[in-house]
Ligand binder design. Structure first.
Ligand SMILES: [Zn+2]
Length: 386
């Protein structure tokens, strides 16, 4: 098969992707490729190739199996074994850093324009630490036969995305301003969560860790989406745990406070307490309200429920059970009922208040939420398309 021309995108709900001379961004919702499925969700072997001008570094799904160069073009062959194939293809002027984390190969594709920031802020170390943390507490990377590819993409698609062995994060995360102090004392950089800069850095790491967490939860274990039950809960919760480990509870505390704030603001909203009035709202506004509610459930309520589960069971037992669930449900569907019964907890148990909910809100959180929401939207749109 070969493809050419403009992408025809049937609905304008979210970003369809693009092909330009400088870079390529194609996700499953670009519908750029026939998406094979097996009725019984059995593993099927898929092989393909992508041809692009040879000044672009192309990131292919699965494993790269061959390269052919001719007439200024490069063809990359790839193969992948999967039980549902909705691949992403990305290309750009990338530098690649390869690293090994435990038994997992990690490839980090980033723009050379952002090398100084990436090196100063030790992004590579964070990637390694995030993967190490997830492997230690949940289990080994689900696609042991493929490298985990982490790809910087253009600002046209803010936020991030996770698909079969590829995680993308938008360039704004690696393109922050560095002040003089940071350039001179990079070895002693520790983010101060009370400053806007420190908070922005924590949010950036949070986003990176969020997309990487989806490799375990969402792409690895297929969480049967039934709001608020969703892979987003895990993808919000695991970064919070990582940030606590890496930067301390004083820094990470703003994250559950933000979830709580989000849930509180929904629960205090007029239409939440008067749902019968929703029908008087114009269609567009009602959809807006429903979208906001859904996001609050996925990105606020669900991670708070996981936090509650951890408080009830204790961190060690909670992580031990999560590891068992991961091992049992890897590449399979996981329903909320199955999750609860594996934890030996009930729905009511998880709906209680967490300790985080009792903490009082500070000025800094509001700032964080403003920016976080922007990323949440991009994330949310991705989810809603699937
Ligand atoms: Zn997500």
């Amino acid at each position: 098969m070969s493809y050419a021309g403009k992408i025809k995108y049937p609905c304008a709900v979210s970003f369809p992707g693009y092909i330009s001379e400088e870079s390529i961004y194609l996700l499953e919702q670009s519908h750029w490729i026939f998406e094979p499925l097996t009725a019984s969700k059995e593993m099927i072997e898929i092989a393909g190739s992508v041809t692009a001008p040879d000044d672009l570094v192309v990131v292919v799904p699965g494993k790269q199996t061959g390269v052919l160069e001719e007439h200024g073009r490069r063809t990359l062959k790839y193969s992948v074994l999967s039980n549902g194939f909705s691949p992403g293809i990305f290309a750009g002027d990338y530098e690649v850093k390869k690293m090994r984390v435990g038994s997992t190969e990690v490839e980090f594709y980033y723009s050379p324009k952002h090398r100084a920031y990436i090196e100063t802020l030790e992004i590579e170390n964070h990637i390694q630490n995030i993967v190490t943390y997830y492997e230690k507490n949940i289990g080994s990377y689900p696609y042991q036969e493929y490298p985990l590819k982490i790809v910087e993409t253009s600002i046209y698609k803010p936020g991030g995305h996770s698909t079969l062995n590829i995680v993308t994060v938008s360039e704004h995360v690696f393109n922050r301003e560095m002040d003089q102090e940071l350039r001179e004392h990079s070895d002693s950089f520790s983010p101060d969560p009370t400053s806007l800069k420190g908070m922005t850095f924590i949010e950036d790491i949070d986003l990176l860790a969020h997309e990487i967490a989806h490799q375990w939860w969402g792409t690895g274990v297929r969480v049967e989406e039934d709001s608020p039950w969703s892979s987003e809960g895990f993808a919000c919760y695991m970064p919070y745990k990582y940030i606590t480990e890496e930067f301390g509870p004083g820094t990470s505390a703003v994250i559950p406070e933000m979830w709580r704030k989000r849930v509180n603001s929904l629960e205090n909203s007029y239409y939440y307490t008067n749902p019968e009035m929703l029908e008087n709202l114009p269609e567009k506004q009602r959809q807006g309200y429903e979208m906001q509610t859904l996001k609050t459930e996925l990105y606020g309520q669900m991670p708070l429920q996981l936090m509650r589960a951890e408080e009830l069971l204790g961190e060690d037992i909670f992580f031990a059970r999560l590891s068992e669930i991961y091992a049992e449900y890897k590449f399979k569907s996981l329903s909320y009922e199955e999750f609860l019964s594996s934890l030996e907890l009930s729905e009511d148990d998880l709906e209680g208040d967490t300790r985080a909910g009792a903490e009082k809100e500070t000025e800094g959180i509001a700032e964080m939420e403003t920016e976080k929401d922007t990323e949440g939207i991009a994330e949310g749109e991705v989810f809603l398309d699937e």
